[in-house]
Design a protein around this ligand. Structure first.
Ligand code: NAP
Length: 298
């Protein structure tokens, strides 16, 4: 498995296993352990979490059933988690909101470590930009977390370039990664400076929902129907399944984007790994882009 170096000391497997659907996938301890071992056998050593996945339950089952049962696994894997989303009811609030205040980020970090059963994560991301946040204050929280060794590295998710730069200005350590939406369905982050900024600053890019949340397989909206027709054609030409082509679309970009799989079905995860062997041609890549947007580039 190819690895991407985010710093001199931090490398992620090119394919990352997402844990957002742990509960939906009906994972109990045995199934989750088999999933984690299966991923590691495929060369996937990086696992993506967030406190909001299952309102903390996804981190907790991973901590209780994987890391606490076999602590030797901890040093063999890289753990990513996030902070900064407050779900409805969590603090007596009626609406979901984002909170990147120092107090909240510090508290969320501690709560994640407790649930995950580890004394550090390899990467902590601010999950989404908090409109009311002061980047200097958020940076202070992240710097403190790194200084205390609770997160070895920090980064962001869903940040546009200016938001990332504002945070970076006050941070004594580098923002090593930005986790963004990239898929055949969602191509907007190729066009808004996110990728260019990452290439300029050598920031790692992780792709969430690399299969568009699964919608292309059965969606009846015009975009999904167009995409399905184009992707099926390319898949047949290469004798692979449609998901391989969709992962290959994300992998084709020279920014070396790391797809985060959403499925917890190992056969389907393996298709993401197989996609590393498929390099789409310019013609194929732009044909998918055209199917996604409904028009050719001018
Ligand atoms: N930073 C953020 O804001 C953010 C937001 C969303 C997600 N994430 C991260 O990104 C990860 C991936 O997100 P995602 O789950 O939306 O990813 P995704 O891969 O785009 O979608 C996963 C969905 O696709 C389905 N699927 C996968 N392979 C399939 C196949 N061959 N045939 C039919 N259906 C298939 C899965 O069904 P099955 O489960 O039945 O296989 C699942 O419902 C999450 O786990 C999380 O770690 C981050």
């Amino acid at each position: 498995m190819e690895h991407i170096a985010l710093t001199e000391k931090l490398e992620f497997s090119r394919i990352i296993a997402g844990c957002m659907r742990t509960l939906d996938a009906g994972m109990d301890g045995d199934k989750l352990r088999a999933f984690v071992h299966g991923c590691m056998d495929l060369g996937i050593d990086t696992f993506d979490h967030a406190p909001v996945y299952g309102a903390g339950k996804c981190e907790k089952i991973f901590g209780d059933e994987v890391l606490r049962k076999d602590p030797s696994l901890r040093d063999k894997m890289k753990i990513v988690t996030k902070a900064g989303i407050i779900l409805p009811g969590q603090k007596g609030n009626s609406h979901i909101y984002y909170d990147s205040t120092k107090e909240n980020i510090l508290a969320e970090m501690d709560a994640s470590l407790e649930r995950l059963g580890t004394d550090h994560v390899d990467l902590l991301l601010i999950h989404r930009p908090d409109v009311l946040s002061n980047p200097q204050e958020t940076a202070e929280a992240l710097a403190q977390i790194v200084k205390e060794g609770k997160a070895l590295n920090v980064g962001v998710s869903n940040y546009e370039p200016a938001q990332l730069e504002a945070l970076q200005k006050y941070l004594p350590v580098k923002v090593v990664a930005n986790q963004m939406e990239f898929s055949v369905k969602a191509t907007y982050n190729f066009f808004n400076g996110v990728v260019d900024n990452a290439q300029m600053n050598q920031t790692g890019l992780m792709a969430w929902s690399p299969l568009g949340g699964g919608s292309v397989f059965k969606g009846e909206d015009e975009q999904s129907v167009r995409l399905r027709a184009e992707i099926q054609k390319i898949a047949e030409a290469h004798q692979v399944s449609m998901d391989v082509v969709m992962y290959a679309f994300v992998l084709r970009h020279p920014a070396k984007i790391m797809p985060i799989t959403g499925t917890m079905n190992l056969d389907r995860v393996k298709n993401a790994v197989d996609a590393l062997k498929l390099e789409l041609t310019y013609d194929e890549w732009y044909a998918i882009l055209a199917a996604s947007r409904g028009f050719d580039v001018p």
